[in-house]
Design a protein around this ligand. Structure first.
Ligand code: SF4
Length: 407
């Protein structure tokens, strides 16, 4: 199995247990059987301070999930097998190999890839990945290969259609030409220039005159324009002011990030539903805000141009470029969602600084924003994924909005 990943990215689990809270943890039928045979329910706790032992089955079948289960979560949203010391009781009591593959896999996600091998993506929802802590992935290639093979054997993920935009097929060589062009554009020294160049290229590819072409002609067009725009003398590009509709759609995107953050921070119930409603109104400018969330505080706050922030933003986008073609969304959709995620991260960073009385968002603010926005990676199928693509807007708008966020 050919596997691509960024060898310079870093990761070492810091046992912060962020991934054990607020996530659904999927368990296969085989794993449930093994864990039941090992009487895993002994290590379950109904709340953080309850005695060990489950009051009901710790594994809940997913409706129409063909044997798939999830681990029952506590009222505060954390995994029932999480100890008070932030450790996994299955790992402690039964050994690392008995942990569900979903848990062993995190923060990595395997995207099957089309024509260019599978891609292993490290989720920025893990603070260690976002902070660049631990050994380089290039030095963990053997373990990562093993994990990817286990995942493939268990779940056999199938690549979806390779499309430039929904219903507009693209040849693998054209997808690779586009990726090569985007890599070169991201290599531009100045981030805003890089974003403007990407926006103009994606805008051109999204025009009707390119989309309406027959599949082979469209692929040819993508190859030709990608090599021209990434060439030694690329046409000058300037960021454009994002349109009103695109800015309105982005409010829906921002609300989704805030909603996931709220669900992670507070236990489900009526209080949470009320806070979500208030957040929805606030994100659309119809309510002054709630504790810790006042989007207006971002006004007048700029993002530092610190080299580490630039590297973090470029790294996030670079990873999205590499993962395009995995069939989750069209290439245009995948890139638009990634740009909107970074924009949401920067907006949260600016808000955090503003609430703190600062006029500049620092590296730590941006990291916190990126970690929160990366939680959207969970919403990668069904209606939620389609809504995110809609809220992200067209890819050129998403990159223009992101460039504007950096002002
Ligand atoms: S979020 Fe990352 S660092 Fe924290 S426990 Fe999970 S894998 Fe480890």
């Amino acid at each position: 199995m050919s596997l691509r990943f960024d060898p310079l990215q870093r990761f070492a689990c810091a046992s912060c247990a962020r991934c054990c809270r607020g996530h659904e943890i999927a368990v296969t039928a085989g794993e449930v059987e093994t864990l039941r045979a090992a009487r895993a329910e002994r290590f379950f706790r109904e709340s953080a301070d309850a005695a060990e032992g489950a009051a009901a089955d710790p594994f809940v079948a997913v409706p129409a999930g063909r044997g798939l289960h999830v681990i029952r979560r506590r009222a505060d949203g954390s995994c029932g097998f999480l100890s008070a010391e932030n450790r996994c009781r299955l790992h402690e009591a039964l050994g690392a190999k008995q942990k569900p593959l979903t848990c062993r896999m995190f923060p990595f996600v395997l995207r099957p890839g089309t024509g260019s091998g599978a891609v292993l993506v490290a989720s920025h929802a893990c603070p260690s990945v976002t902070r660049g802590e631990g050994p380089r992935l290039g030095d963990q290639a053997r373990e990562l290969g093993r994990l990817a093979r286990d995942w493939e054997r268990e779940h056999a993920p199938k690549p979806g259609p390779l499309e430039l935009a929904p219903g507009r097929a693209l040849a693998p060589t054209a997808a690779e030409a586009l990726r090569t062009a985007l890599r070169s554009m991201l290599g531009e020294a100045e981030l805003r220039v890089a974003l403007a160049r990407i926006a103009r290229h994606l805008g051109d590819l999204g025009r009707w005159r390119a989309l309406r072409l027959a599949d082979d002609r469209r692929s040819e067009y993508v190859v030709l324009t990608s090599s021209y725009r990434a060439g030694p003398k690329p046409p000058p590009a300037a960021a454009q002011r994002p349109g009103l509709v695109s800015r309105l759609l982005f409010r829906g995107f921002l609300f989704t990030v805030l909603a996931l953050r709220e669900r992670r921070a507070n236990a489900p119930g009526w209080d949470q539903r009320l806070r979500l409603l208030v957040l929805l109104l606030h994100a659309h400018g119809l309510f002054p805000g709630v504790a810790g969330v006042r989007l207006g505080a971002a006004r007048g706050v700029r993002v530092t141009d610190d080299a580490q922030v630039v590297a973090l933003v470029k790294g996030f986008l670079q990873q999205a470029v590499e993962a395009t073609g995995g069939g989750r969304r069209s290439l245009q959709g995948e890139l638009a969602v990634a740009a909107a995620q970074v924009q949401a991260a920067l907006r949260l960073a600016r808000m955090r600084a503003g609430l703190d009385g600062r006029r500049e968002a620092r590296l730590e603010d941006v990291r916190e924003g990126v970690i929160a926005a990366a939680d959207l990676d969970q919403l990668d199928h069904g209606l939620a994924a389609r809504l995110l693509t809609l809220f992200a807007g067209p890819p050129d708008d998403a990159f223009d909005r992101l460039a504007a966020e950096l002002r």
